[in-house]
Ligand binder design. Structure first.
Ligand code: FMN
Length: 333
């Protein structure tokens, strides 16, 4: 499939997830196959324009992640256009606009999902961006703001007319946050109405669900929490869609994933100024991933507790190795 001029090797993508889908995590998932696109965590348009270090870090990526989409948030058309130019200058393949974030800190600044409440203004943001850059501009939205304003079908058409090259829809309203279930009928209906590719997002925890959603009519699927639980889910979905049986993941492979994640994180953001807090940052990243990665594992709650109580990188590595590699740990499970 293609987004504008960008060819995707697979229709499955890692959904953007603030705090989770950093470059290290994306690289590891990508190495396991089946992933056609990665999207950064959301990045502030204001922060990009002002060159704030922390913002620029969120937008970092490596060549092996291509094709890469950098997601930005903001509500001012001129600033979003300027930020898109910065993203293009950083070498990204695609610039994505966040119209789905329900968090008040973002939404109150006329950004994130609150853009959905002003469709004409949201379309003017996309029009300004598409005029400013030559890379594809895409949009990620929700079903709407709340049950009375489920306007994704109308807004999707408007942003397509404004020049968007693809759209992703998480089939929940902002009011729902993550409660209830994603409305895939709504998503499939929009995919049917538009000419540009439509990705669906929401509640794919098993690879079979991803394949089922594809068959129901979307061009691609963005997987969020399912990838945090099972980083192999996209490669398993790719196998299923090709008629192959996915290879089960061994406990050792799961353990190796976490250890490699630590190794990659240790190499990142490790300038002298941060030396003292760097280990703590890595430990916190592992705690964040651990809360998802351990779900559904035999004895996963024990591992989660052990990761949360590890106070050094050495202890963290030992905890993970003992759980996944030691024969006695295996028998105890
Ligand atoms: C921890 C977390 C952070 C998220 N951050 C973002 C974000 O930065 N930008 C965005 O568009 N969506 C964000 N989302 C929404 C996801 O991209 C996705 O649409 C949503 O989680 C539904 O898909 P899932 O059920 O596969 O997780 C986030 C979701 C989670 C769970």
């Amino acid at each position: 499939m293609r987004i504008g001029s960008v060819q995707l090797p697979s229709p499955f993508a890692i959904a953007p997830m603030a705090g989770m889908t950093d470059t290290a995590f994306r690289r590891l998932v990508k190495r396991h196959g089946g992933c056609g696109l990665v999207v950064t965590e959301m990045v502030s348009s204001e922060g990009l324009i002002r060159g704030i270090d922390r913002t620029l870090e969120y937008a970092e990526y490596t060549e092996e992640e291509r094709p890469i989409s950098i997601q930005i948030f903001g509500g001012d058309p001129d600033k979003m256009a300027a930020a898109a130019q910065i993203v293009e200058g950083m070498g990204a393949d695609i610039v994505d606009v966040n119209m789905g974030c329900p968090v008040p800190k973002i939404a109150k600044h006329n950004a994130g999902c609150s853009l959905m409440r002003e469709p004409a203004h949201a379309a003017s943001v996309i029009a300004a961006m598409t005029r400013a850059v030559s890379i594809p501009v895409t949009v990620k939205m929700r079903a709407g703001w709340n049950d009375d304003e489920r306007n994704a079908p109308t807004l999707a058409k408007m942003v397509e007319d404004a020049g968007a090259a693809a759209i992703a829809i998480h089939g929940r309203t902002a009011a729902q946050s993550y409660t209830g279930t994603a409305d895939w009928d709504l998503v499939a209906g929009i995919a049917n109405d538009l000419t540009i590719p439509v990705f669906g997002s929401g509640d794919c925890i098993e690879p079979e669900q991803i394949v089922g959603r594809m068959r129901a009519g979307v061009e691609g699927v963005l997987v969020g929490r399912g990838v945090l639980r099972n980083p192999w889910i996209l490669s398993h979905a790719a196998a299923l869609i090709d008629g192959r049986t996915p290879r089960p993941v061994t406990p050792e492979e799961r353990g190796r994933f976490l250890l490699e994640y630590i190794d990659l994180l240790v190499l990142e953001r490790s300038d002298d100024a941060r030396a003292l807090t760097h280990d703590k940052w890595v430990i916190n990243k592992l705690r964040a991933l651990g809360s998802w990665f351990t779900k559904g594992l035999d004895n996963g709650s024990h591992l989660r507790t052990a990761i949360n109580s590890a106070s050094s990188l050495l202890e963290l590595r030992e905890t993970i190795s003992a759980f996944f590699f030691c024969a006695h740990a295996e028998t105890a499970r």
